[in-house]
Design a protein around this ligand. Structure first.
Ligand SMILES: Cc1ncc(COP(=O)(O)O)c(C=O)c1O
Ligand SMILES: N[C@@H](CCOP(=O)(O)O)C(=O)O
Length: 463
């Protein structure tokens, strides 16, 4: 299995190299040259298997000879041992044909743990074998950073530096990043937005001297391994609802377009995924793109779903690559235009293809709060704002009524207690293992939105 860049100018790599490389050297994102196909019988055979075994079968064709089968099974087992729920990503029924897939049972209470716990194990195994050490620099709107710090804290093969937008993450998210004591993990509060943080990370990858000096690596969804690990739960959910004999739709709270792109990959592998609903908050660039065919960044606004406060959705480039017939030059031209003018228009054919596979809906603050209140009143469930946006969008953009709809429950309500309490009157409690989170001392540096200054801090913090 080889991985190629969406910009068409970087060398093709195997899985191990693509995982360690992060952003391609031409500025693009790695994607598999071909997406492996699972036959209906292979999908049917996933029914009743453990999450770990499904993960092995879905991911195995993508990893080439990076790990032996037994080593890969052990890595998967270690990754999901940190999820107390036996199903790892359980489904909860909320209506006659509606479910929420709870992806918050990992150590930091958000769906990022599902991939990050696995990637932590994969990096440790590969870097240990190669005798190498890397510097992971990540951008976060709150959840990727806490999941990465949790997955890599104390490991002897990596330093981790996380950039988050100062004052724009919840207190729980911030404390999850700033309270770990291990010397190899560092949180930097950037005076800017998530988009600024993500642009800084990409700029560091494009500064080849810096990149090579520190051995830069990525655990954002820049890294293909993240997307791959997230494709697994689409299989577990769809199979338990009747796939391959039955189509299933998903509503996905969306920001950087990584999670929903994972669903698209599952569909390309042969899973009968019907509609993929892009659920957005007021930062609705993707919803507008579906409506108008123009991808136009209007600047990030702060919302009650801060993890989705994103305007430049990194993984949309992976979909564009497909929509543009895998022509790296066209993708490069679109990305250059975006950088220069803040917008680009998709060709008619690409827009039609986009609308065939995806629907979209936007939920604003009042609608999201009303949904949290209604859901609590009707079912007793306390949803976080991101998941609530997914449920609103599922209602607004579902296709055929008889197709089951699964909303991805991307975070635990306790990560956003203020918004949840304001919506439904219940202040969700943190699990016992985090009960002292508010008492732990914090360690964080506030830094300006300045590439040189941040590169200097990264150099200084490496061990
Ligand atoms: C809780 C939560 N929901 C939804 C999203 C959006 O996911 P994606 O960036 O993969 O589109 C994020 C951030 O990634 C998140 O942290
Ligand atoms: N919402 C994310 C933003 C980063 O997304 P990623 O999937 O590219 O890591 C976050 O919580 O940090």
């Amino acid at each position: 299995m080889r991985y190629i860049s969406t910009r068409g100018q970087a060398p093709a790599l195997d899985f191990e190299a693509a995982m360690l490389t992060g952003l391609a050297r031409d500025g693009g994102l790695y994607v598999p040259e071909q997406v492996p196909h699972m036959a209906p019988a292979e999908i049917a055979a996933l029914a009743g298997l453990s999450y770990e075994e499904v993960a092995f079968r879905v991911m195995r064709p993508f990893i080439g000879d990076c790990f032996t089968d037994s080593a890969f099974r052990e890595i998967i087992a270690r990754a999901y041992a940190s999820f107390p729920h036996p199903a790892r990503c359980p489904l909860v029924q909320i209506g006659p044909n509606d479910w929420i897939m709870e992806l918050h049972h990992g150590p930091t209470l958000a769906f990022k743990d599902v991939a990050m716990q696995l990637i932590g194990q994969m990096f440790q195994a590969v870097l240990g074998r190669r005798g190498e050490r890397v510097t992971i620099v990540g951008a976060t709107s709150g959840d990727t950073g806490s999941a990465a710090i949790e997955a890599f804290r104390g490991l002897d093969t990596v330093d981790v530096v996380i950039l988050y937008p100062h004052g724009r993450v919840s207190e729980v998210q911030r404390r999850q990043m700033t309270t770990p004591v291990e010397g190899n993990v560092h949180a930097l509060a950037v005076e800017g937005t998530f988009d600024d943080c993500q642009a800084l990370v990409k700029a560091m990858f494009n500064d080849f001297a810096f990149r090579d000096e520190v051995g830069l690596a990525a655990v954002n969804s820049i890294n293909w391994a993240r997307v791959l690990a997230q494709a697994v739960y689409y299989f577990t959910a769809a199979v338990s609802l009747g796939a391959p004999g039955r189509r299933v739709s998903f509503s996905v709270p969306t920001g950087n377009f990584g999670d929903i792109f994972a669903g698209h990959i599952a569909r390309r592998m042969g899973l009968p995924v019907d509609t993929l609903v892009i659920a957005t908050n007021e930062n609705d660039i993707l919803h507008r793109t579906l409506e108008s065919g123009v991808y136009e960044s209007r600047g990030v606004v702060a919302t009650i779903a801060p993890s989705m406060d994103i305007q430049v959705s990194s993984n949309f480039e992976r979909l564009l690559f497909e929509l543009y017939g895998e022509d790296g030059a066209s993708v490069t031209a679109a990305m250059d235009e975006l950088k220069a003018t803040g917008r680009f228009a998709l060709p008619q054919g690409a827009v039609a293809q986009l609308r065939e596979g995806f629907a979209s809906a936007r939920s604003d603050k009042d609608t999201t709060m009303a949904l949290i209140a209604r859901m609590h009143r009707d079912t007793g469930l306390v949803l976080d704002p991101h998941t609530a946006i997914g449920v609103v969008a599922a209602d607004r953009a579902r296709g055929e009524a008889e197709v089951p709809m699964v909303t991805l429950g991307t975070a635990h309500a306790a990560k956003f207690p203020d918004a949840v309490e304001a919506a439904c009157g219940v202040r969700p409690a943190l699990p016992a293992r985090m009960a002292d989170l508010y008492e732990r001392p914090e360690r964080v540096s506030v830094v300006p939105n300045d590439l040189e200054r941040i590169e200097a801090v990264v150099r200084e913090r490496r061990q």
